[in-house]
Design a protein around this ligand. Structure first.
Ligand code: GLN
Length: 454
């Protein structure tokens, strides 16, 4: 813990940790020492971790990287961070992210963006987003592991951009209670770590049924680490042809082929599969996620949480709402709220929102059909490119940024588990990631397949 705190101190430039909690960390580390001495030490005991700013942490600023939550110190702890704390994990502080987890570059954060420890020619690159601070902190050895959340790829894309491992479990595996809601039918928490084994250990501590989240699954949590046997003989791995984009860089295609080769060498059968509705996933996601976000973000009204605008003479409650929300929400969040309210409005509900929900069902059925054929896991690239430069997308159409999620959003729409892990380096020396998508509730088998690719 002391070594991590010193590393954080020396790595201010990365802007990964945005709220520092050294006193809490040292207290918990001492308590962990005592537990270890007493012989009562679960696997996470004494492990220094960072917590994404989206998780409510008792008495510690939890701002979702937004101005509107300035000064908000929750009186409660999210279920997932409480489970980690109870398992002895040591919280070092809160990690940078895109505002309300909306983004793929960490550039929408009120704290300014986190920076990727990987560089080309000393140029600053994005660590990806929205869990960019988590990925940067793990990659730069500021903590041993971190929590992330993933609504459309926010664990897997930053993991791929920083050469780390991140798993989004099946929807319902981890409680969403106490995590600031973005799009509730898609949001899931998950670990971001250096290795697949670490992800297995940390996921174990994070998941489980929680009566405070009605979508949390009442299923036993298996011993994920014990399932890392490395034996995948006889399993079937699907390669979806729709993910082979025309514009895909040759080196990503090559690493994808190499991954398939490694799994074949380990005794898996590689099967070409089709997920025909893939091309509709991004448009459906960028209707459903903003729709849910516009509803979830209605609670930030200047009354219940954080920031309230200074009012002028004659300003009433409507002006208070308007000014507070105009000042408190950044550009991207405002854009999503506007898209969301538009697609949910009476005249457009059927044309956009209901249509997107139908597309979502078709995407889910695509996956069910391949699993029914006996496919155990699906191998794809994690992202369409390696990490890009800070500001590189600033003047581009926002849709350019949304295209980053092309390989990841299908997994959230279908509620499946997905893991991103390092696949190798591109010609410039930057990490690229592969993604494995698993059957619902089979995170153990998924982690084991990923372990073979390490
Ligand atoms: N990049 C996606 C978005 O901006 C995904 C974000 C996430 O998974 N939280 O919505």
């Amino acid at each position: 813990t002391e070594a991590c705190l010193a590393a954080i101190e020396g790595a201010g430039k990365l802007n990964a940790f945005v709220h520092h909690t050294p006193e809490i960390a040292l207290d918990r580390a001492k308590a962990a020492d005592a537990r270890i001495k007493a012989g009562d030490a679960p696997a996470m005991c004494g492990i220094p971790v960072g917590i994404k700013d989206l998780f409510c942490t008792e008495g510690v600023a939890s701002q979702a990287a937004s101005r509107i939550l300035q000064g908000f110190r929750p009186e409660y702890e999210s279920t997932v961070s409480a489970q980690l704390r109870d398992a002895g994990a040591v919280m070092l502080g809160k990690l940078n992210m895109d505002e309300f987890a909306m983004g793929s570059s960490n550039e929408t954060s009120v704290y300014g963006n986190a920076i990727n420890p990987w560089k080309i020619d000393a140029r600053d690159l994005t660590p990806g987003g929205s869990s960019g601070g988590s990925a940067a902190a793990v990659a730069a050895d500021l903590c041993l592991a971190a929590t992330g959340t993933d609504t459309g790829g926010s664990i897997r894309q930053p993991a791929a951009f920083t050469g780390t491992v991140g798993i989004k479990p099946t929807y319902g595996r981890c409680s969403r209670w106490g995590i600031v809601a973005f799009a509730s039918s898609l949001d899931q928490a998950g670990p971001m770590t250096k290795t697949v084994r670490d992800s297995a250990i940390m996921l174990q501590a994070m998941c489980g049924h929680d009566p405070k989240d009605s979508t949390s699954a009442e299923l036993p949590v298996p011993d994920f680490e014990a399932m890392l046997t490395g034996d995948i003989r006889g399993t079937k791995i699907g390669i979806p042809r729709e993910y082979r984009l025309d514009a895909m860089p040759a080196e990503i295609a090559a690493l994808w082929d190499k991954g398939a080769e490694m799994l074949r060498d380990a005794g898996a059968e590689i099967v070409d599969i089709s997920l025909p509705h893939t091309k509709y996933a991004l448009p459906a996601y960028y209707v459903i996620a903003p729709a849910e976000a516009s509803s979830n973000l209605a609670r930030y009204d200047g009354v219940r949480y954080g920031h309230r605008a200074t009012l002028g003479p004659g300003d009433g409650i409507t002006q208070m709402y308007e000014k507070t929300r105009a000042e408190g929400f950044g550009m991207e969040v405002q854009r999503r709220v506007m898209i969301g309210t538009y697609v949910l409005s009476a005249g457009f509900y059927d044309a956009y929102y209901n249509r997107a929900r139908k597309v979502r069902t078709l995407i889910k059925r695509d996956f069910e059909a391949v699993f029914a054929q006996g496919i155990d896991a699906i191998l794809t690239p994690a992202t369409p490119s390696a990490a890009f430069g800070l500001g590189e997308m600033a003047d581009a159409d926002p849709v350019e940024m949304y295209l980053n999620d092309v390989f990841t959003v299908t997994v959230n729409l279908a509620g499946l588990p997905g893991i991103a892990l390092p696949a190798g380096l591109d010609a410039k020396g930057l990490p690229l990631g592969l993604q494995l998508i698993g059957r619902p509730w089979e995170e153990g088998a998924l982690l084991n397949t990923a372990h073979v690719l390490e």
